[in-house]
Ligand binder design. Sequence first.
Ligand code: 5U1
Length: 321
Amino acid sequence: MDTATRIAELRLRIEDANRRYHGLDAPHITDAHYDALVRELEALERAHPELASTDSPTRKVGAAPSGRFAEVVHAVPMLSLGNAFEEGEVADFVRRIRERLDRDELAFSAEPKLDGLAISLRYENGVFVQGATRGDGATGENVTANLRTISVIPETLEGEGWPKVLEVRGEVYMARADFERWNEHARLHGGKVLANPRNGAAGSLRQIDSTLTAKRPLSFFAYGIGQVEGGTLPATHSATLAKLRDWGFPVSDLATVVEGVDGLLDYYRRIGDARDGLPFDIDGVVYKLDDIAGQREMGFVSRAPRWAIAHKFPAQEQATV
Ligand SMILES: Cc1c[n+]2nc(N)[nH]c2nc1OC(C)C
């Protein structure tokens, strides 16, 4: 098969998988298979720039909103993350930052990458006013009513010193124990048996009727910030996470600060060893340059930051198809 045909075929398969994963919350291929298709397409597009195109799925995030909810335009786009699968790619990630910032010692915030649904929570004068899904990164779906049913998401901010406008980014997820309990009940009483916790979370949040969402055991971890107005945030990501805790948001206690490649890889191994014992599904860990000024200097490539990367674990799931 010639390259152009292969590229066209990959684009169709990836776009179809995106629609199923983001739109219907019912993926039909494993995440590992999806990642492999994307990496093959990215490699072919790099090798054949004459065949690359701006509407390729390698340049988009998620999927367009479904039309079932009001749309929310994200003031700060919700981007996806570049992926690393091998240690060498992590070393390259750190080297690029060291060279560009001309710094030897680099501190990173290292966090678990929860396998849930990315959402953005907007607070004005400390009050939760709007919540949205990532959607395609630029425009998401207004799921505020559904998010209000998640008890760990604060209706009003605690503590003090929060900005007038604060957008908090994070992951809505379903803990494994809650997932098992839900399916046990569903099997006995004929409710909807969920395929996996991620689909359970995504499906719950995308319910039109939020009384149905309220019945599902969802949780949330904050992992970042979107728009901020009328206030300042700390100079590092880790100090910002500490502030989010003070203001009432759950933040994973697995988040920590590590130094350099060795610190990152040690963290990856430690979380990898602990993975099966965690109360929630993760599909990797996320490394972020801790210094916010350095993040700004690194900027973004077409759809993901240069200053952050997800280091994925080998697939655990059995093929669903
Ligand atoms: C997409 C994403 C996902 N996660 N997950 C964590 N823990 N942090 C994090 N950051 C993300 O994106 C920012 C680096 C912009």
